[in-house]
Each structure stands twice: as structure tokens, then as C-alpha cells.
Design a protein around this ligand. Structure first.
Ligand code: HEM
Length: 390
């Protein structure tokens, strides 16, 4: 019996890092029955698979296909991928982001801060980071009239489908309800954009590259809209929560950061995203029989590339479980790699930076209220709540 065959989804959800550490040591490329796929846990194997023409992101087995439908940007390749990505990407390129991010995010962060103060409930996840993340993405994407409670319900619901490796009907039902609600709101918006384009990513997805008077069919774009809504609304907020957790658990690092916010904030953000990868995995499938660093991989094998484990590979990051903003800078894998690397990377980092600045400037004595928060998840990992004293 392999160690991998004893792994359960519950154990991964609770704390995947000791499991990944053992897999990296003993069974780095191995079938994990509970997850219905193989796991690759070492940096060099993940890098090799990502670079290899023997693997595709067009995985039949990815839960995201069942949850959101196809074609979607994550599990398409070639011309279809380029077309879908091209509809989303232009609005999120670095120079474009720098033109609008401050005016978009700062007022949202300041309003959330006021709401957090007024509520008296000092949970930074539900009361600050998740709302900023959801509202910033929705407004940048072309969805302005949906309130924050609805947007949070949407991404929590979508995420149940995207992580449904075990094909749990209860998870599917939650996701299906979110999808139905999203379509009921978005289809009238798309109807309007069809006749009156407005330059938003939603509008761009509909019109870009089409003949005059023609628009892309909704079924072609809705699956990628759901992918973007999920990743875009959920991950910056979850990433920010993990970064602040790392800082507040290490008051010496927090003090150093406060003394040089401009100089150290970017590396604090990178370290927090390395320490806890908000998206823990990427799915790839072997197109033919192949060999990865000496391990035979049969055609059709679905492999989950465990980004969260690559980020803690001790051959690249010494003492990898330690949160350390002074670590020697080295790139991590939290935004993926290759043709499918995150289209929202610059938007996400700029948004997190603003949310953290507004928070730290308002509360010079910010501290954890109840000790270190509980984290949850392996496919998506985040503090379930982050209670602080302001
Ligand atoms: C800290 C925040 C974020 C993290 C950690 C993150 C992480 C990732 C990762 C790991 C992938 C690659 C998935 C794969 O190859 O299977 C990805 C793809 C993607 N992300 Fe993000 N993401 C974040 C924020 C965002 C935001 C704000 C947007 C909104 C524009 C976004 C849009 C996308 C899209 C559209 C893709 C698909 C790209 C493709 O398949 O070509 N992400 N993201």
C-alpha cells in the first residue's frame, strides 16, 4: 500500500502541508485515489510538466468542466484558449491596471473599513478582504449593480464546484445554485452590452475579434466568465488574509514592515502568497505515454500540480514552512506558470497592496484577537476568519 492511498480529502482540507512534505520525500509523483488523480509535489517535477509538450491543460477530468462548462479558458488550448484569454486579459495587463487600480480599490477599501468599524465585528475576512476582493473584480469586469453579500455567495458557491474532485452531489448542488443565480443576473447585462458595448472585459469577451454586427454566443463565454469571477473575486481576498496572518503571527516582521512600508510591502505580499498558495493546484493531463524525471506516466493520466507544495519545496526554499519576509527573493508558483499563468496577477497584487496600506495606516496597533486563525482547504486555502483587535 502506498502512503498516497491513505490520504483523505478531509485530511487535505484540514492541513495539507505535512502530507505534501511526506509525498515530496517518499512518493513525489503518485496516484492519490481520494482525489481521483495523481499528485506532483516537487518543484522540479511541476516545472518539468509545465514546460513539457507531453501535457495539456485541456484536462477532461478537471472538476471545473463539470461545474462551469466548456469551452473555458482554463481547460482549453491553442486558438480557443487564445481567443478566450484575449477577451479577458487586456483590462488586467500591468500598465492598464496602473491607470485605474487606485481610483477603483481605494474608495472600496475605505468604505469597507468604515463598515467594519461600525459593525463592531472585527473579522477581516468577512468584513474587509473578501468584500474588497469581490467588489473590485466585479466592478472592473463590468458588473456594477450586484451587492457584496450576493457576490460573496457567488464565489463561495462557485468554489464548491471547482474543487469537487470527489464529485460530491451536495457540493455540485451548491455550485449549480450559484451558477443559476449568476446567469439570471448576467444574461440581461450581456443583452444590453450586445447593443451598447462599453469597453469592459464582459463587453470585450462578447465583441472582440467578431465581424461588425456579430457577437460571440453566450455559451462560448459564460464558462470563462465563471472561471474569472471565481478566481478574481475570491483569491486576492484570501491571499491578503494569509499575508496578514503571517505578519501578525510574527510581530517582529510586522514592526519591520511598519518602519519601511514602501520598501518591504511588495516582498511581504510575495512571501505571504508563497507561504499559503491561495490556489493550491493546477490540473494537467498526459497526451501520450511519457516519463517525468524518471517516473513513467501513462497517456491520459490526470495530474494535479500541487503549487502549494512547490512553494514549500525545501530544495528551493530553505525552512519552507517559516513565514519570512526577509527570505532571499525567488519566484514562487502561486500564479501558475506557462500559457495559463494567471491573467489577473498584476490586478491582484496591486489590489492587495492598496487593501493592506489602507488597513495598516488606519490601525497602527493591529493584532490577532484570538491567536492564530484556523485555515481550511487544499485546492483553495484561506483563513476561515481573521479576528483582530483594531
Ligand atoms: C492572489 C490572487 C490570485 C491567485 C493566487 C491566482 C492564481 C491563479 C492560478 C494558479 C492560475 C492558473 C490555473 C491553471 O493553470 O490551471 C490562474 C489562472 C487564471 N486567473 Fe488567477 N489568481 C489570482 C487572481 C486573479 C484575478 C484577480 C483574476 C481576474 C482577472 C484572475 C483571473 C485568472 C484567469 C482568467 C485565469 C485563467 C488563465 C488561463 O487559463 O489562461 N486571477 N490564477
Amino acid at each position: 500500500m502506498t502512503y498516497a492511498s491513505t490520504i483523505t480529502i478531509d485530511a487535505l482540507e484540514a492541513d495539507p502541508f505535512p502530507i505534501y512534505a511526506r509525498l515530496r520525500r517518499e512518493e513525489p509523483l503518485i496516484h492519490v485515489p481520494a482525489a481521483n488523480c495523481w499528485f506532483a509535489t516537487r518543484w522540479k517535477d511541476i516545472e518539468a510538466i509545465n514546460r513539457s509538450a507531453d501535457f495539456t491543460a485541456a484536462s477532461e477530468d478537471a472538476p471545473v468542466n463539470d461545474a462551469f462548462g466548456r469551452p473555458n479558458v482554463l481547460t482549453s488550448e491553442g486558438a480557443v484558449h487564445a481567443e478566450l484569454r484575449g477577451g479577458i486579459e487586456p483590462h488586467y495587463r500591468p500598465r492598464k491596471v496602473s491607470e485605474y487600480i487606485g481610483a477603483l480599490v481605494r474608495p472600496i477599501a475605505q468604505a469597507q473599513l468604515a463598515a467594519l468599524r461600525a459593525s463592531g465585528d472585527n473579522d477581516l475576512m468577512a468584513g474587509y478582504f473578501e468584500p474588497i476582493s469581490a467588489l473590485s473584480l466585479a466592478r472592473s469586469f463590468g458588473i456594477s449593480a450586484v451587492d457584496v453579500a450576493t457576490l460573496r455567495r457567488w464565489f463561495h458557491g462557485l468554489s464548491e464546484g471547482a474543487i469537487n474532485f470527489e464529485r460530491d452531489p451536495a457540493r455540485k448542488a451548491i455550485c449549480d445554485r450559484a451558477v443559476a443565480e449568476i446567469e439570471a443576473v448576467l444574461i440581461p447585462v450581456l443583452d444590453r452590452l450586445r447593443d451598447a458595448p462599453d469597453g469592459s472585459p464582459l463587453s470585450h469577451l462578447l465583441h472582440s475579434g467578431m465581424e461588425p454586427g456579430q457577437t460571440r454566443p453566450y455559451a462560448q463565454i459564460l464558462p470563462s466568465v465563471k472561471v474569472t469571477l471565481l478566481g478574481g473575486m475570491q483569491e486576492p481576498g484570501h491571499g491578503a488574509g494569509s499575508i496578514v496572518t503571517g505578519l501578525l503571527m510574527n510581530p517582529d516582521q510586522m514592526a519591520a514592515l511598519r518602519a519601511d512600508l514602501d520598501g518591504l510591502l511588495p516582498q511581504a505580499i510575495e512571501e505571504g502568497l508563497r507561504w499559503i498558495a491561495p490556489i493550491g493546484t493546477m490540473m494537467r493531463t498526459a497526451l501520450r505515454d511519457t516519463v517525468v524525471n524518471g517516473v513513467p506516466v501513462p497517456q491520459g493520466t490526470a495530474i494535479s500540480l500541487i503549487l502549494a507544495s512547490a512553494n514549500r519545496d525545501e530544495t528551493r526554499f530553505p525552512d519552507p514552512d517559516r513565514f519570512d519576509i526577509f527570505r532571499k527573493p525567488k519566484s514562487h508558483m502561486s500564479f501558475g506558470a506557462g500559457a495559463h499563468f494567471c491573467a489577473g496577477k498584476w490586478f491582484a497584487k496591486a489590489q492587495i497592496e492598496i487593501a493592506l496600506r489602507v488597513l495598516f495606516e488606519a490601525f497602527p496597533d493591529l493584532a490577532l484577537a484570538d491567536g492564530p486563525p484556523a485555515f481550511k482547504g487544499w485546492e483553495f486555502r484561506y483563513p476561515t476568519s481573521l479576528r483582530v483587535t483594531l
